[in-house]
Design a protein around this ligand. Structure first.
Ligand SMILES: [Mn+2]
Length: 224
């Protein structure tokens, strides 16, 4: 009934892949060549700096890494939780289990414990929900594709993302984590695992994942 997390599962979060940040590609190559041994890979969102089924500019730009993930998904189980930079991906990753924001948190089991997984941008203020539904709508993507003559829109978006500083510490992490925990009070769970905030920290049963870029590592379920 619930998806079970395997003993050797690894979690890659917030690698914000682009031409300035190649570490995702290197890590995936190590998984494919079995230098990193795992039979279950969780991609926790914002794995790409931008990617969507509908935007061909970023499909072309990221083709190598998309192919790598699809190759890996023929050998091991790949679960892709969409983030706020990478969404509408079920056609791109046709052999992975793609979980969109509306189906997060994904409740899994691990050693008789229940674990809630999400990218981390759920339980947000109303304005964010409106904004995120707008950018994720298929119609917006299609319209942007039509308006993007000579890729002017997406080249600018790409340049802005390339130079964006994505790493920072949340000052009062414990307070922040307690708020995140409170959001899950209706769920019968033992642990919460989220990405999005790039903190690589735990408070009580709340784990905020390392960002592959900011913290230079991925997370292994054994760390629980
Ligand atoms: Mn995010």
């Amino acid at each position: 009934m619930y998806l079970n997390i395997n003993e050797n599962a690894i979690f890659i979060a917030d690698s914000h892949y682009n031409s300035n940040r190649p570490i995702l590609k290197e890590t995936l190559e190590e998984i494919l060549s079995k230098k990193i041994i795992t039979d279950q890979l969780f991609l926790m969102g914002d794995v790409f700096d931008f990617l969507s089924d509908d935007i061909s500019y970023f499909q072309n730009k990221n083709k190598d890494v998309i192919d790598l993930i699809n190759q890996i998904s023929h050998h091991i189980e790949v679960i892709y939780l969409e983030g706020n930079h990478d969404f509408n991906l079920s056609n791109t990753f046709h052999n992975s289990l793609v979980i969109s924001r509306e189906y997060q948190p994904l409740i899994c089991t691990y050693n008789n414990k229940k674990i809630a997984l999400s990218h981390g941008d759920i339980f947000m203020p109303k304005a964010y929900n409106i904004y995120t539904s707008f950018i994720r709508s298929k119609a917006t993507g299609k319209l942007a594709n039509i308006l993007d003559i000579n890729n002017i829109i997406f080249k600018n978006l790409n340049n802005w993302l390339l130079n964006k500083d994505i790493c920072g510490n949340i000052k009062e992490f414990e307070k922040f984590a307690q708020k995140r925990i409170n959001n899950y009070s209706n769920y019968d769970i033992d642990y919460i695992i989220e990405g999005h905030y790039h903190q690589d920290k735990q408070y009580k049963n709340y784990i905020n994942l390392p960002s592959l870029i900011c913290n230079g590592r991925y997370f292994c379920i054994k760390e629980i």
